[in-house]
Design a protein around this ligand. Sequence first.
Ligand code: HEC
Ligand code: HEC
Length: 302
Amino acid sequence: MKEDFDVDGELGFEPAVSATGAEPRETPGETTPGETPRETERPKRGRRGGLRRRLGAGAIIAAALASMGGAYAAFATTSGASDTTTGAQDIAAGKQLYETSCITCHGANLQGVKDRGVSLIGVGGAAVYFQVSTGRMPASGQGAQQSRKTAKFDEQQTNQIAAYVQSIGGGPTLPTGSLRDGNIAEGGNLFRLNCASCHGTTFKGAPLSAGKTAPSLNQASDQQIYAAMLTGPENMPVFSDNQLTPAEKRQIVNYVQTLKASKDPGGNGIDRIGPVSEALVIWVGGVGALMIAILWIGAKAQ
Ligand code: HEC
Ligand code: HEC
């Protein structure tokens, strides 16, 4: 084996030889015929390594840009969700969902089906949003009051069905943007005047006559509270914008949600109306103001 290299001998030293004796290691300038493939491979491998490194860096930058873009897109779609639901594509998607899950009870033209489901003409996107997001619809059966369940559709699908029903039947829709605003104390007065008789002063809910119940408000979101007022599900009266202005509705939402958030982990905190819960309300309001300030600074920075 050694002779192979001795024949060449040009470099004046013996290249390091591997156990098999056929593979010299780093020997620049080696010209042994047996080594040619090795030699041409080496520099190539070096170049490939560099390329790989460059590709690696490029991939990282591309991935970072893509994820930023993705995050932006996600943010843009959530913040603009209510604008996009009116798009023709969403209406078409909503129509399809309606035809698979709602048409048997509400009919092909929303006109309702005798002994199955009521007409949806004029109920509006807000009623669909309320019924579907609280899991009441699609109904599991006739007769009994539909109670809150795990929603069958996600937020996007719910908005799509709402957009479809809205496009055919018209009716009230949920306003976009924040649904909380105004003076919490004033919201409390409005709540006691308009809602507490059925839902209780601490939102626990209460039985009504004829086996119906006014449910607890503890699981309701801002949109659901607003939509309930706007559409009056079941035995709940409709609070039209003449009865409670949009500003008053936002005050009520603000009051209910703020007090829920300030509840003791024990659960009974808001039964006490005293210095403690007032301090909590102020604290929560302060955090809200801080969040608004942060968002404002963030928006200015863009
Ligand atoms: C099994 C029959 C059935 C199915 C399926 C069903 N509904 Fe209903 N729906 C009803 C009945 C019955 C009512 C009235 C009950 C009530 O008011 O509590 C109702 C009420 C509603 C209301 C309230 C109407 C109003 O006047 O405020 C909306 C909105 C609604 N349904 C939407 C839907 C949508 C959207 C779907 C499909 C995702 C759906 N429903 C599927 C039976 C059904
Ligand atoms: C006459 C009694 C009555 C009054 C007054 C009333 N509600 Fe209701 N509310 C109900 C009933 C009954 C339901 C259940 C409807 C259903 O199951 O379809 C309900 C449901 C709701 C829900 C849905 C809760 C959930 O998680 O599913 C919200 C939110 C709500 N009401 C808010 C209000 C607000 C806010 C007011 C005051 C502006 C109010 N209600 C006034 C009877 C009432």
